[in-house]
Each structure stands twice: as C-alpha cells, then as structure tokens.
Design a binder for this molecule. Structure first.
Ligand code: SF4
Length: 295
C-alpha cells in the first residue's frame, strides 16, 4: 500500500541534542576504558530517568552501560550525569552540583527558556497545562512561585476558583495540544482580563507535528503514529488526529498491529499516513513505513 510519511516525523532539536550528548559520553567513556586512561571511565554514566521516552532506544543505552535510574542522593564524584531533554527540578540540580559528579546539561534549550520564563513570572499564580507526573512538568513547576496549579483538561481548569485580585500566568508543557491551550487562554482572559499573562511555551516542533497530522485529513484513510507508548507527545499526536476524525493507531513496532486494525488500514485502498513523536528514531519510522508498504 501507499504510505505518506510526515516530513516532521521523528526527532526534534532537543531530543537530537540530548541523544548526541549521551552518544558522545558513551564514545569518550569507551575510548578511556579501551585505553585504560583514568577519569570519566571510572564512575557510572547516569541519566536520572530515560534520556528520551523511547523504550527501544533505552534498551540499547542500557546495553551500553548507561544507568537510567540513578538516585541523586547517591551520586559519587566519579559519576557523570547527563541531564535529559525534559530538564530536572531545581532542587535535584542543586543536589547534583553538591555531589561533585560530572554534569552535562542536555536540557532542551526550549525547555530551559520555558523554565526561565516561568521563573520570571513567579509573583503571580501559575496555571500550567500539562501532565502532573511528567518530568518536564515537575521541572517547570520548580521554577514557579508557591502558588502553582497543573491542569490536564479544560474541566480541571474550570474547577479552579480564581483568587480575588491575584495576577495569573498561563503556561504549558512544551508538547501540549495547542488547540486546548488556546481555549484555556480564551476562557481565562474572559474571567481575569488584564490580570492574566500568557506564556506561549508550546514548542514549534510540537505545533509543526500536530499541524502536519491535521493537514493529512482527507488525504489518507488512516494514520499510524510511531513512538514509545510512554511518550506523551506521541500519544497526543494520535489523539489530535482522532479528534479531527482520522482513524489513528499508535504503535512501537510492526507486531503491535492487530489483524482487524490492518484490515481497516487496507480497506478503501487509500494511502496510510505515518507520523512519529519527537522522541522516535528514524530507523523505527523506516521499519513501520516498510511494513505498511509491504501490505
Ligand atoms: S519538543 Fe520542543 S521543547 Fe520538547 S525537547 Fe523537542 S524541541 Fe525541545
């Protein structure tokens, strides 16, 4: 069958930078271990959580000796820590610096910019559109003042009772749904007027992926979104497509397709669209495209 592959599918700038940083560290470490040189090779190489949300890539990093779940309390000066693209909370960064471990900051520049913008607006009440338990959200919140609320849906936002006279700041996790964020802004502006400040922290890479998926409406019979099941931005891409009436599936590998889904994809003879989250390697997208083309 014919496949239309989204141009924006796959690694964004922040993920590319983080992965290159970690690859460089692994390479340097390997060279030191091979030559028996002292230094970085002696301690562990740690990422304090998955460097990106992609289980296939994480398995290959585990094979290269990268420790994904290091505890910041137990770092040793000979360890080396790569801060992942999502960034980390301020208190964790402080512990990290105090530990004496080597530090490579691979926080995406756009996440860093969002952290600093939230830090500058900390006199007001922060309303952050995002997933409460997402590592990027935990990092962003740590830059806010004491009054900060995370909401994941418009209903959750509507349930919040505004404090009389307080100033508010609306921001979002960088990979959130832009349409919902715009609606949240409209809703709050109508209630708070000049007391609301909006920080447009949704990343251009997210906007481009979501717009391209929406642009496939009418051109494809179905959409396959490739990426980790634990990747929020990948899941959202499939949700954005579904909310636009596109039959969309989220898969990591060819074996994830159920037989009846494959029948639906082939029915009607229309091409299948393929997109992918910002943390999906090109090889993984190639594999799915090749599989669909062979149907
Ligand atoms: S989606 Fe945007 S903000 Fe998030 S890591 Fe990628 S480039 Fe950075």
């Amino acid at each position: 069958m014919r496949v239309i592959r989204a141009k924006s599918a796959g690694f964004c700038l922040g993920v590319s930078l983080a992965v290159k940083c970690l690859d460089r560290e692994i390479e340097e470490r390997g060279a030191r271990l091979r030559t028996g040189a002292a230094g970085r090779g002696k301690g562990r190489l740690i990422t304090l959580g998955p460097i990106i949300h992609n289980p296939l890539l994480m398995r290959s990093y585990a094979g290269a000796g990268v420790v994904c779940d290091g505890d910041p309390e137990e770092l040793r000066p000979e360890d080396r820590v790569v801060i992942r693209a999502h960034g980390i909370p301020r208190d964790v960064e402080e512990k990290l610096r105090k530990s004496g471990a080597g530090l490579v900051d691979a926080t995406c520049p756009k996440v860093k910019k969002a952290q600093l913008a939230i830090g500058e607006a900390k006199d007001g009440v922060l309303l952050l559109f995002g997933e409460k338990e997402h590592p990027e959200v935990r990092g962003l919140i740590s830059y806010a003042g004491p009054r900060a609320f995370v909401f994941g849906t418009l209903d959750e936002l509507r349930a919040l009772v505004p404090e009389p006279g307080a100033d508010y700041c609306l921001a979002a996790q960088t990979t959130q749904d832009r349409e919902i964020f715009l609606k949240a802004g409209e809703y709050l502006r109508a209630r708070l007027g000049g007391r609301l400040r909006v920080l447009d922290t949704i990343c251009q890479a997210t906007k481009a992926r979501q717009s391209e998926v929406l642009g496939m409406r009418g051109k494809v019979g179905s959409l396959v979104v490739v990426g980790g099941f634990n990747s929020g931005n990948t899941r959202r891409l499939a949700e954005v497509a579904r909310s636009a009436g596109i039959f969309a599936l989220h898969v990591e590998q060819p074996s994830d397709f159920a037989q009846n889904d494959l029948q639906k994809i082939k029915a009607g003879g229309e091409p299948a669209g393929v997109s992918a989250g910002a943390s999906t390697p090109a090889e993984q997208i190639d594999e799915i495209c090749g599989f669909l083309e062979s149907l």
